[in-house]
Design a protein around this ligand. Structure first.
Ligand code: ADP
Ligand code: ZN
Ligand code: ZN
Length: 730
């Protein structure tokens, strides 16, 4: 009889240990298999972490172990899910991020393979059935049968379903002249692009590549202004790495936003490419995953979780737009793809390239200290000028177009110019929806989300009020629920409103809108990006989605409608985020033959994040922002971890948190500063009250053991603890 130790599927600290079961069946079982078990009277999926033979009777074993052993109901896999290097990575991630191991495994694997119950219903492997000739002997066959046999012998590979004469085929099968072979099907249909000859590299690109190739360092920060040709650098280096017989992992923030990146890689490496990202269906993901695991392709392009792709012998991992926050997962284990990439590269003795025009302060600071190797691309391709940028002060009434109140005279004039010249413009407003605040004019009631307590946004297209945090929606009411007044006021503006304003002022303009409302329909985002690229619209209105890496040759104007959004967010990152967003947006202008301009509208025309972004001057911004971070003790000078307690009983949560802060202060002593307890920005989550505390420290090695120590104390039935290392939302 086999004794099997498993991790159970619930990502709770209190269950983060092996549970023993016995297995009497005859299927293969071992470390890395999933099993079905009964856990607390619930059918649950487990992940095998250990397995050994025992000839003792169950009762004796139970006596020795001191608990009852259940039986494994079924084994769900016929081979282990993860290779040794990925198992090692799972341990590293769980350890660094102080998270339950099962949550790491669940993040690593596609839905069909994930150790959780939902995977039981997830798609299975699909097969294509081919007919293959095994014996050409025509003796004893009818002429019709011989005809088909000859046809099949001369053809390469014939799908069973394509053969019309099923009865003749049945006879050939019966006489053992042909057989059916099953081959796994790839359900993701990749576009069939022409191969492309690469352009001649510029000297600057070549220098960067040479410097990379001749160095033994592991991590490189490729800092290149917008339009400096980073993609071509990625492609050339990838080609070298593939030639050495190693594989390449290319991460992008959100693949649907960067269809061009995928296209470049497909054109260059064609059949050798697999794609992994959240817009794939579970079956497509499953097929791509297995294709990679089998070693059928050596280049993987994907978003955050593709960092766990089962590639072997990785020579290079690239994170394009490394500063983008979607690389940080905002659910347990709260990992950041950059840190995981570095762990993985070290195991594989490969290299990591972090690319950006506006690197995160953390990465740039590490490059400054030679922890990362800095590679610079200072010029745009063909020395194309950066866009000329004008900041418009919205507090100055003379600048504002009285007929619009949203657009300044200047922005309105420039838009007209673009339309007259039949060029294209991008308008950035980093808020979706129509109006961003809804309230009663009579009693002042503010319409808020019942679960998150944050104000709802009005969406005109479907006449709904929506919560942008939790997806709560409600029909727009006719009257105030408090006082019954029909005077409901909608103020503030988002993408929908800007699009409407464009239509009002420029009735002839064709517009497209790109925000996460578009993401509700699969494949809609790349379709919009493609349409705009094909000049099927004149003006693209969008949120930060429009700022990410697009290369539209005819865009000569970028208008930042309100640069201040985000600056007032209570976060030490707000300036960095604003700088990155505006710089990236401005960088979409004038990338090809025509010169471009940018107009930035703001109430804070002297804010350095805005003025430096207008000048596309990362270096100055970096120095100034580092000074603030140093003074205030924020990353990259000090590091952060947040601890959060959640529970249904608010009083228990508050008391628990007060106590937790005491314990942390006591245990951490001079090694850290504990701030809190505080009410988080979003104070509720799924009927739970939340309280949080922030830990600031210089040396994580001294803090991690303390975090591990508090876990068993603060994870009970009524309180749920979560720990986020390097959190983003503070
Ligand atoms: P970045 O990602 O640095 O903003 P891209 O990689 O999008 O810039 O490159 C900007 C433009 O320059 C693209 O249209 C690209 O095709 C073109 N390009 C890149 N390298 C070269 C080269 N060596 N010769 C000609 N054009 C190039
Ligand atoms: Zn009211
Ligand atoms: Zn909500």
């Amino acid at each position: 009889m086999k004794i099997v130790e498993i991790l159970i599927e619930y990502a709770n600290y209190s269950l983060d240990r092996p549970f023993s079961y016995f297995y009497k069946g005859n299927k293969n079982i071992g470390i890395g298999y999933r099993v079905l078990v009964n856990f607390n009277n619930r059918e649950s999926v487990g992940y095998v972490t250990n397995c050994y033979e025992s000839d003792k009777p169950i009762e004796k074993l139970e006596d020795e172990l001191g608990f009852k052993i259940g039986e494994i109901i079924d084994v769900l896999d016929d081979s282990p899910l993860l290779s040794d290097d990925l198992l090692h990575l799972a341990d590293q991630v769980a350890d660094y991020y102080v998270s339950p191991k099962i949550s790491v495994l669940q993040s690593m694997l596609p839905p069909s393979l994930s150790p959780r119950r939902s995977s039981l219903k997830a798609p299975k492997i699909a097969y294509d059935q081919y007919v293959r000739v095994v014996d050409n002997n025509e003796e004893g066959l009818t002429d019709k049968q011989i005809e088909l046999l000859r046809l099949l012998s001369s053809a390469d590979k014939v799908l069973k379903k394509d053969i019309k004469s099923k009865s003749i085929l049945a006879k050939l099968l019966e006489y053992n002249r042909v057989e059916i072979i099953k081959e796994e099907k790839r359900r993701l249909a990749l576009p069939n692009y022409e191969m492309m000859t690469p352009p001649k590299l510029t000297k600057e690109q070549q220098d960067v590549i040479d410097e990379f190739s001749s160095s033994d360092d592991t991590v490189y920060l490729l800092e290149g202004v917008t339009g400096s040709g980073k993609t071509e650098v990625y492609l050339s280096i990838s080609e070298q790495v593939l030639k050495e017989g190693k594989s390449v992992l290319m991460l992008v923030p959100e693949i649907s936003l960067t269809p061009m990146m995928m296209e470049y890689f497909l054109r260059r490496f064609k059949g050798d490419v697999a794609i992994l990202h959240s817009e794939l269906t579970p079956s497509e993901k499953y097929d791509e995953y297995r294709k990679i695991a089998k070693g059928d392709c050596h280049v993987v392009i994907g978003a955050r979780s593709a960092i766990f792709a089962p590639l072997k012998n990785i020579g290079l991992i690239i994170l394009d737009e490394e500063h983008v926050e979607s690389y940080k997962q905002d659910t347990p284990p709260f990992y950041h793809a950059r840190e995981v990439a570095i762990m993985r590269a070290k195991t594989h003795k490969g290299k990591v390239i972090l690319g950006s025009a506006t690197p995160s302060l953390e990465s740039r600071a590490r490059a400054q200290k030679n922890v990362y190797h800095l590679l610079l691309l200072n010029n745009r391709i063909n020395n194309k000028e950066l866009p000329k940028t004008t900041i418009i002060n919205l507090s100055d009434y003379n600048n504002i177009d009285r007929d619009s109140y949203i657009f300044s005279h200047r922005l309105r004039d420039e838009l007209q110019g673009v339309l007259d010249r039949k060029e294209q413009a991008i308008l950035l407003i980093n808020r979706r929806g129509f109006s961003t605040s809804i309230s009663c004019r009579k009693c002042g009631h503010i319409f808020k989300c019942p679960t998150c307590e944050i104000p709802l946004t009005y969406h005109k297209s479907d006449n709904m009020m929506k919560c942008h945090h939790c997806d709560y929606v409600e029909k727009m009411p006719e009257e105030c629920p408090e006082c019954g007044s029909k005077h409901i006021m909608k103020t503030g503006f988002g993408t929908e409103r800007i699009e409407e304003e464009v239509h009002r002022l420029f009735p002839e303009a064709r517009t497209l809108r790109l925000d996460s409302d578009s993401a509700k329909i699969r494949a809609k985002i790349p379709a919009i990006v493609k349409e705009f690229g094909e000049k099927k619209a004149d003006i693209l209105v969008g949120t930060q989605m429009i700022a990410k890496g697009h290369d539209f040759p005819d865009v000569t104007l970028v208008g930042v409608v309100l640069a201040d959004i985000g600056l007032s967010m209570p976060s030490f990152r707000s300036n960095e985020r604003a700088f990155q967003l505006i710089t990236q947006a401005v960088g979409r202008s004038g990338r090809k033959d025509k010169n471009g301009i940018a107009i930035i509208q703001t109430y804070n025309p002297t804010n350095y994040a805005i003025t430096m972004a207008a000048r596309q001057n990362y270096e100055l911004f970096y120095r100034k922002e580092m000074e603030y971070r140093r003074m205030q003790g924020y990353p990259p000078y000090q590091f952060l971890a947040s601890v959060t307690l959640a529970g249904k009983n608010e009083e228990k949560v508050i008391k628990g948190m007060v106590n937790l802060v005491d314990v942390l202060n006591h245990e951490l002593g001079d090694n850290a500063v504990v701030l809190g307890p505080t009410i988080p920005f979003i104070p509720y989550e799924g009927n739970n009250y939340l309280r949080t505390a922030l830990i600031k420290f210089k040396d994580y090695k001294l803090v991690r053991p303390i975090l591990k120590k508090i876990i068993p104390i603060y994870n009970s039935n009524s309180l749920h603890l979560s720990i986020n290392i390097d959190p983003y939302n503070f």
